[in-house]
Design a protein around this ligand. Structure first.
Ligand code: PDD
Length: 288
């Protein structure tokens, strides 16, 4: 089946899906996005993603391009037209097309683009044996809670990770605290079994997966502390892991070439992997 993308009201062959050169997303990164996984044609945690999309739009004073009800219809139609059972939905809204000038244009309509891609499931080996992360300076702006398309600092950090055969780069702030990963949230488990992750403030993107995993952890009786942790703490932790829409829950067994804990998948991480897989199954019927 052909790959079809959505651009401002039209369903187009992917190769012909274009936006104007003066789209403000292209020239100023003046836009936001969401990336949502779908299994059996059902969005995972759709309402949580749409709530974050609305918050990101509101934070940048970008109008909603269509109503949320209309968005829902387009998403269903797009998944249908692509004929995919499982995959990823990318949604981007920019302030629209206008003559290049920094202040907000007066009568510009926001632009809405959506694409569908193949699932980015983690590899079985990554799930069971864990992944390596490197550390990199957090060079981003101070509103990381907005899911902005301005991702240059994330791209540079992730490139550094790739160059070092690492799955992810953990971003270290000037004061030595780890905020999150370049494309995921970061967690450690202390030797006493406490799950620690940065609070969902303006220093990180509050992940949808993070919301769900913390809820599942609390329900399972795991002690959760939403506070920043340092690289030093991470180096002496019992376990570490990352979460995101495409990683789900992935154990981190190496930070900058030093093993975390035993260097193997730990009990808390394994429990959360199982609970999260059940969460996916209950919502979508998909079994890993
Ligand atoms: N990235 N932090 C950052 C910086 C991210 O880019 C992401 C997601 C997350 C996790 O958010 P969620 O659990 O809602 O996926 C945290 C997506 C997947 C991306 O950029 O494609």
């Amino acid at each position: 089946m052909a790959r079809i993308s959505y651009v401002n009201g039209r369903y187009l062959h992917h190769a012909e899906a274009m936006v104007h050169v003066e789209d403000r997303g292209y020239q100023f990164a003046d836009g936001i996005y969401e990336y949502v996984a779908f299994y059996n044609r059902t969005l995972l945690d759709g309402p949580l993603h749409w709530r974050r999309l609305e918050l990101s739009l509101a934070a940048l004073a970008i109008e909603k391009p269509v109503s949320m009800a209309a968005l829902d219809i387009v998403v269903r139609e797009l998944i249908e037209r692509n004929g995919r059972e499982h995959g990823g939905l990318y949604v981007q809204v920019t302030r629209g097309v206008a003559r290049r000038d920094h202040p907000f244009p007066k009568q510009t309509k926001p632009a809405l683009v959506m694409t569908i891609c193949a699932p980015k499931f983690p590899k079985p080996q990554e799930i069971s044996q864990g992944v390596k992360v490197i550390t990199a300076a957090d060079q981003r702006w101070t509103r990381r809670d907005i899911k902005s398309v301005s991702l240059l600092a994330n791209v540079l950090a992730k490139q550094e990770a790739s160059r070092n055969q690492a799955r992810e780069a953990w971003l270290v702030e000037a004061d030595g605290r780890i905020s999150e990963g370049s494309v995921s949230n970061a967690y450690i488990v202390s030797k006493s079994g406490e799950l620690i992750t940065h609070p969902a403030d303006t220093h990180i993107l509050g992940g949808v997966t993070r919301d769900v995993v913390l809820r599942l952890a609390r329900k399972a009786g795991i002690k959760v502390s939403e506070r920043p942790f340092t690289l030093k703490e991470a180096q002496s932790a019992a376990e570490a892991f990352i979460t995101s829409t495409s990683a789900n829950v992935l154990p981190v067994v190496k930070i900058d070439d030093a093993p975390v804990g035993t260097g193997r998948l730990g009990d808390v991480t394994r429990t959360l992997q199982t609970l999260y897989a059940t969460h996916i199954f209950k919502q979508t019927g998909f079994q890993f």
